[in-house]
Design a protein around this ligand. Structure first.
Ligand code: COA
Length: 262
């Protein structure tokens, strides 16, 4: 078999010399190429695996969630408590509870719960919501979150679900096909269309434009005091104020206009 990483350095040097390169330049180019080939050979290919969460992963996943969310949206965070509480609730979907591993070590997770849409005539549609979803800070913005979410969408579709509604920072989700809830005419129970509320159709035209009211699972409304107590069982982390909390405040308190101006 032809080895594509082997090349004749002597012949290559001659070719460079014939093109007017000085012996010093030829030497430097050869060294740089050898180093590049060497690091290519020794570069370790990481093994990425997405699988369902197991009981043995629970503590690790809670710790990862805490690290990913701490001080991001508020000083401290409660998402690790939500993860903890959610697994025992009827609306939790263990089939859609995934972790992503690199070389056998968990670096992120996603969890889904059942949610409902109710139209103006009272007709219900079973849908999904996900969250918490997170990736350890040192692995963020490298595509792992997207990989994890896309995997979960395929599995959710295979289970027969066709709509996901979520709340979050749009920049994390618009690249994954999420659109404003206003475009699908899905509003909150009070009739508002929050800027942070986004919708993804897992099957084209799953939604037909009629007005729907979104209802999430009661498990999403956690007891803040219990969350505080749970947090105290972890290694101490300093609660801080940071600008990302202001961004979260803006998104979570903004609603889209009820009227179309354009
Ligand atoms: C949100 C999160 C799960 C995304 O995972 P990730 O591995 O960091 O994200 P990816 O690298 O896969 O990128 C996902 C999308 O975010 C976008 N993104 C990348 N860097 C970004 C940045 N600095 N700010 C905003 N969006 C960014 C990417 O462009 C990508 O969108 P695209 O499909 O349009 O390219 C992860 O960042 C995280 O754990 N954040 C902290 C916890 C959190 O906020 N969870 C979500 C609750 S709403």
């Amino acid at each position: 078999m032809r080895n594509t990483t082997t090349f004749d350095t002597h012949l290559f040097a001659k070719q460079l010399e014939s093109k007017g390169f000085s012996p010093q330049q030829v030497g430097e180019i050869n060294d740089a190429l050898k180093n590049a080939f060497q690091s290519q050979k020794t570069a370790k290919k990481e093994v990425i695996k997405i699988r369902n969460e197991q009981k043995a992963d629970y503590e690790k996943v809670e710790a990862i969630t805490r690290k990913a969310f701490y001080n991001l949206y508020v000083p401290g965070c409660a998402e690790h408590y939500l993860v903890h509480a959610m697994r025992h609730h009827n609306d939790f979907l263990p089939e859609l509870d995934f972790v992503i591993e690199i070389d056998g070590s968990i670096i992120g997770n996603i969890m889904y719960t059942k949610a409902r849409l109710v139209d103006e005539a009272g007709k219900e549609k079973k849908i999904l919501t996900f969250g918490p979803v997170c990736v350890l800070p040192e692995y963020q913005r490298k595509g792992y979150g997207k990989m994890l979410m896309e995997h979960s969408f395929k599995e959710a579709t295979a289970l027969g679900y066709d709509v996901i509604v979520i709340f979050g920072s749009p920049s994390n989700y618009v690249g994954l096909g999420f659109k404003s809830c206003k475009k699908y005419n899905i509003c909150m129970e009070n009739g508002t269309y929050p800027s942070a509320m986004m919708v993804k159709e897992l099957k084209p035209n799953a939604l037909d434009g009629r007005k729907w009211f979104y209802h999430d699972s009661p498990v999403m409304h956690i007891d803040e005091k219990e969350a505080e107590k749970f947090d105290e069982t972890f290694e101490k982390m300093e609660k801080k104020h940071q600008p990302s909390q202001e961004e979260f405040y803006i998104y979570s308190h903004s609603i889209l206009s009820l009227r179309d101006f354009y």
